[in-house]
Design a protein around this ligand. Structure first.
Ligand code: ADP
Ligand code: MG
Length: 247
């Protein structure tokens, strides 16, 4: 359902992504792990063209966007269509601070999809119920815990009815018990068949919840596979080194 091929990106002459290809099946939960600075965030951002790759192609739900290095208006139009199928969640939540939780979730469907306010309200309430925030839906983000803010950010992304969700270290800013609230929402989405790609430092989650783990190093996916197999028996020296430093 998501296919990336040959994604390459340099910053100031440094090759950060060295032609990454990835096929994601519908319903998969994939964890992306790897040392800091290896290009995980850049890769995730290239998948929905928040960052323009220098080369490569991304296909989501039949929308294909190819990058030739030159970014033209027609590419931006297609990238906009592709983004409509992709939800993104960041480490720092990025909620609108001057909007209530409910308003945060209603905003994009109304403004981007021209959804009727009543419909957007109904969908937002359902989603907030689902992520356990119905009781605090009229609060402003700064009145919520980090775990609640991140669950609101997930509900906001879901309100656009994405086919795939991308998460960039969704629990890195959270204490363990608050992380757990967020991870359990992601597990519930997985059980419903949502397709999810998660950059994470939480190896327990990566091992227990993922269908597949990708280990990235220096702008490449150097190993990928079943989490139990990879964690018990990493094949590549880089993976071994990385997993050893975590213990
Ligand atoms: N906008 C940017 N301009 C210049 N360098 C960048 C930019 N974004 C990322 N980088 C560099 O690219 C490398 C990979 O970054 P990143 O994708 O954030 O890694 P990770 O998420 O794995 O920690 C780092 O060396 C970072 O400094
Ligand atoms: Mg990162």
């Amino acid at each position: 359902m998501l296919k990336a091929s040959g994604i390459a990106k340099s910053f100031g002459g440094n090759e950060i992504l060295r032609g990454i290809s990835l096929d994601v099946e519908r319903g998969e939960l994939i964890s992306i792990i790897g040392p800091s600075g290896c290009g995980k965030s850049t890769f995730l951002r290239c998948l929905n063209f928040l960052e323009h790759p220098d080369a490569g192609e991304v296909q989501v739900e039949g929308v294909t966007v190819a990058s030739t290095g030159q970014w033209r208006r027609a590419d931006e139009v297609k990238a906009h269509r592709l983004r409509g199928h992709v939800g993104m969640v960041f480490q720092s939540f990025n909620l609108f601070p001057h909007r209530t939780v409910l308003e945060n979730v209603m905003l994009a469907p109304i403004q981007v999809k021209r959804m009727e306010e009543q419909t957007a309200h109904r969908i937002a309430c359902e989603l907030l119920e689902k992520v356990g925030l119905a009781a605090v839906q009229n609060r402003y983000p700064d009145r919520l815990s980090g775990g609640q803010q991140q669950r609101a950010a997930i509900a906001r992304a879901l309100a656009m009815k994405p086919s795939v969700m991308l998460y960039d270290e969704p629990t890195s800013a959270l204490d363990p018990e608050l992380s757990e609230e967020v991870l359990s929402v992601m597990r519930a989405l997985d059980a419903e068949g949502m397709t999810q790609l998660v950059v994470t430092h939480d190896m327990r989650f990566a091992r227990a919840a993922s269908d597949r783990v990708l280990f990235m190093e220096a702008g490449q996916i150097v190993e990928s596979g079943d989490p139990d197999v990879m964690f018990a028996n990493p094949r590549e020296p880089g993976t071994r080194r990385f997993l050893r430093t975590l213990l």
